[in-house]
Design a binder for this molecule. Sequence first.
Ligand SMILES: [Zn+2]
Ligand SMILES: [Zn+2]
Ligand SMILES: [Zn+2]
Length: 97
Amino acid sequence: MPLEVPVASANGSAPHCEHLDGLEPVTPQSSYCQDCEAGYDERATLLICLTCGWVACSDGSPNQHAKAHYAETDHAIAAALETRSRWRWCYVHQRLV
Ligand SMILES: [Zn+2]
Ligand SMILES: [Zn+2]
Ligand SMILES: [Zn+2]
């Protein structure tokens, strides 16, 4: 078993999020929340699962499908779907990573 040494992130003392390790680039499976579909509210931010490319509405939406996806799959990291955004959230660490 390899030894895991905690590494400080670039912006401070927060421990390294190991859930980012080994993630491959993913392609979004859709451009809308796959759970809401027709009922999608355009004000909701869309998140993409960085493990499998699943697209779902953010925790700020009424349905919180991205969080539901994590609950179902244990896929830890979601990112904002907007390509220019660097927003990434780890559900396990409960913080931005
Ligand atoms: Zn993490
Ligand atoms: Zn949704
Ligand atoms: Zn996923």
